[in-house]
Design a protein around this ligand. Structure first.
Ligand SMILES: Nc1ncnc2c1ncn2[C@@H]1O[C@H](COP(=O)(O)OP(=O)(O)OP(=O)(O)O)[C@@H](O)[C@H]1O
Ligand SMILES: [Mg+2]
Length: 365
């Protein structure tokens, strides 16, 4: 466990970067430090591995005051990932990943072999092992950074805005990846970001910092959304927190409605009225598109199908939350969200009003 007890950091020029921080990061959990630029996230994190010493208060790791532990020893048990990935440019990817095991005295050969396995673990093609960091994309470099931190198998992982340098799609992939890894590895992770959506997606708990390095709230993501401690937190979370809070509500028992649908080969000769929406399914039962038409007859190979085809909205899958259920209904051109089973086959339709009714019921329980 990492424990901050009334920890303050005042830099020599008088700047108070962290102000009287008290917070515990339990073993095996992922805690996110989030807040605007300059609120002391990096300073708080760097006090954990003693790259920065506190001015006042006590910071312990597994009960030991970090200022009384040999910093080199301390850091061997703490992986550290930074925004730019911080790779050594003149070393091949595999040797970057193998850095700490080699420092710990493992033979280069054993360490390289293990490095290839860790690379696979974080979704990197082992064929990239012999490249230099500059020959990788930004997202690949970030993965190498994560692989390097994992290679030493430290119980603690510190990650300072590790995904901020990549595009939103890659960023989402990396977030999902870290969640998958964490479900297998159960590390104690402190993750810094200024992106509240990222914090809410990946954090078991989220610490929201405000100006002057003052902790504003430390809570589970669902609680942050439903019970922000003050105006600062509410403002930082953003206006649509009610909608986003639905992601923490299960959608079991949501009624499924009949959807008028046709298999794709049957489109030939189908006649639709102006307000009719029909879901076209592929022969395997997975959805293809919603179509409607102003009374025209559709032809599979004719232009009219494509004129009146509208790609469907988002799909609702068995494990999804009420948020996804509502989104599927709202994004569907027919107003009926498409629910699919584990194999992607259409099982029914979802109405927005049922989502709101389910929410009301859950609130009353
Ligand atoms: N070495 C230093 N000397 C003086 N002030 C510093 C020093 N390092 C950081 N600060 C100040 O401490 C405050 C907190 O900095 P810190 O880097 O912890 O913020 P942060 O929350 O990580 O910000 P960002 O989101 O921009 O990375 C800032 O006001 C910063 O200017
Ligand atoms: Mg920072």
């Amino acid at each position: 466990m990492i424990s901050f007890d009334h920890v303050t950091k005042r830099y020599p020029d008088g700047t108070v970067a962290v102000d009287d921080l008290t917070l515990e990061v339990p073993d095996g959990t992922l805690t996110v430090f989030v807040g605007p630029s300059g609120c002391g996230k990096t300073t708080s994190m760097r006090m954990i591995n003693r790259m920065i010493d506190p001015t006042a208060g006590t910071l312990t790791v597994d009960g030991n005051d970090v200022t009384k532990v040999d910093p080199v020893k301390l850091r061997l048990g703490i992986g550290y990932v930074i925004q730019s990935a911080g790779l050594m440019p003149h070393q091949r990817v595999v040797d970057n990943v193998a850095t700490v095991p080699v420092l710990k005295g493992e033979s280069r050969r054993t360490a390289r072999k293990a490095a290839l396995q860790v690379m696979e673990r974080v979704g990197l093609d082992p064929q990239l092992a012999n490249r230099y960091p500059a020959q990788l994309s930004g997202g690949q470099q970030q993965r190498v950074g994560v692989a390097r931190a994992l290679a030493a198998d430290p119980p603690i992982l510190l990650m300072d805005e590790p995904f901020s340098a990549v595009d939103p799609v890659v960023r989402e992939e990396l977030q999902t990846e870290i969640l998958r890894l964490q479900s297998e590895l159960h590390k104690t992770i402190v993750f810094v970001t200024h992106d509240i959506d990222e914090a809410i997606k990946i954090g078991d708990k989220v610490a929201v910092f405000g100006r002057g390095g003052v902790l504003q709230q430390y809570d589970q993501p669902a609680r942050l959304l439903s019970n922000p401690a003050n105006d600062f937190v509410a403002g930082f979370i953003g206006a649509d927190r009610g909608y986003r809070g639905l992601q923490f509500r299960h959608a079991t028992g949501l009624p499924l409605h009949d959807i008028r649908s046709v298999a794709e080969p049957e489109i030939d000769g189908l006649t639709l009225g102006p307000k009719d929406w029909v879901l076209v399914n592929k022969p395997d039962g997975t959805p293809y598109a919603w179509i409607n038409a102003d009374g025209v007859t559709l032809h599979r190979d004719g232009k009219s199908l494509y004129d009146s085809t509208i790609a469907g909205g988002s799909l609702f899958r068995p494990e999804d939350s009420l948020r996804q259920a509502l989104d599927s209904a709202l994004s569907s051109p027919s107003g009926l969200g498409v629910a699919v089973d584990d194999d992607g086959r259409v099982v029914g339709g979802i109405l927005a009003e049922d989502v709101l009714a389910a929410l009301k019921k859950q609130r009353q329980q």
